[in-house]
Design a protein around this ligand. Sequence first.
Ligand SMILES: [Zn+2]
Length: 351
Amino acid sequence: MSAPNALHVDEFVSFIEDALASRHLNTLILRVDYNYQFESHPELRDSFALSKKDVKKIVEACRKNNIRLIPQINLLGHQSWASEPTNLLKVYPDFDETPWVKFPQKYIWPNPDNLYCKSYCPLHPKVHEVIFALIDELCDAFETDAFHAGMDEVFYLGESKCPRCAGRDKAELFANEVRLIHDHLATKNRTLWIWGDRLLDGKTTGMGEWDASFNSTYRAIDLIPKDIMICDWHYDRAEQSAVYFSMKGFNVVSCPYKNSEVGVQQVDDMIKFRNSSPKAMKGRFQGIIQTDWSDAESFIDGYYGRISLRPHHHDDEFSQTQSSWLCFKAVFDEIQSHAEKAPKDQIPGKK
Ligand SMILES: [Zn+2]
């Protein structure tokens, strides 16, 4: 989920105690991006960002409750949203993989440029100096041994008009970027977590261009280090791809979003995979990560019933009956129901 707004840190800490610790949640990934007062690159801070003191409050709450805290900055892809670049490309437009793609006045999808989000150019000679400084500083502040780099939905990669990337193999470009970040983290005994979608073949599997890759990156699965944690997100259907990642030697977690039925199915599948796999693969099925893509305050409001969901009407694009907080509760209820009837070592999220 998103890291909290700096004004709501105390409320967030209460939420950790009340909603997460009580469920024995053991891992919390916070999407920080530029919501931190970076000293190494103050020019990249959000205008209103978490202080080190704010972060320490969260670190302390997690430590007290045995929750592993993992910060995230979206790397490679997701360098813009709708009609605006995010901080990295705003401050360093030279890093843009597609500088010729101009932001539209009013963003719509699909569009002729296939602009979903911008990417940085992984071969730009200056980009890693900047992002490695951010990673190090954030991991130090969060006192963590793991970092989530995002790296999902990278649509722009190895573009033919990029003077550095043109003609390169996209799977190799993706894998090299993953490896660089992995190796940098490894120098400080930290592990890398990424989303799994670029490592799945969207055409052959029929999983499509969001859950999986349509831009030839999927062969990267055989080119990256095996000690990377794969967050295998599938929001509309409980795909069985955790088995594929486990067979390739990766630790994997399955990730739902708003659809509770899918989330519950992913819990059941995780247990089935553990029970029905050879010994070597069992331990790689690491559990379930609930995802949320709103801000932390909205998720917490939803969790406490301060947001009402409206039934679906076909002419109302904002109506909805599903939510990440309902899915979160359903997923944990399902884990709990398994916990009551199974030995501890078979329960996702409990080790
Ligand atoms: Zn490039």
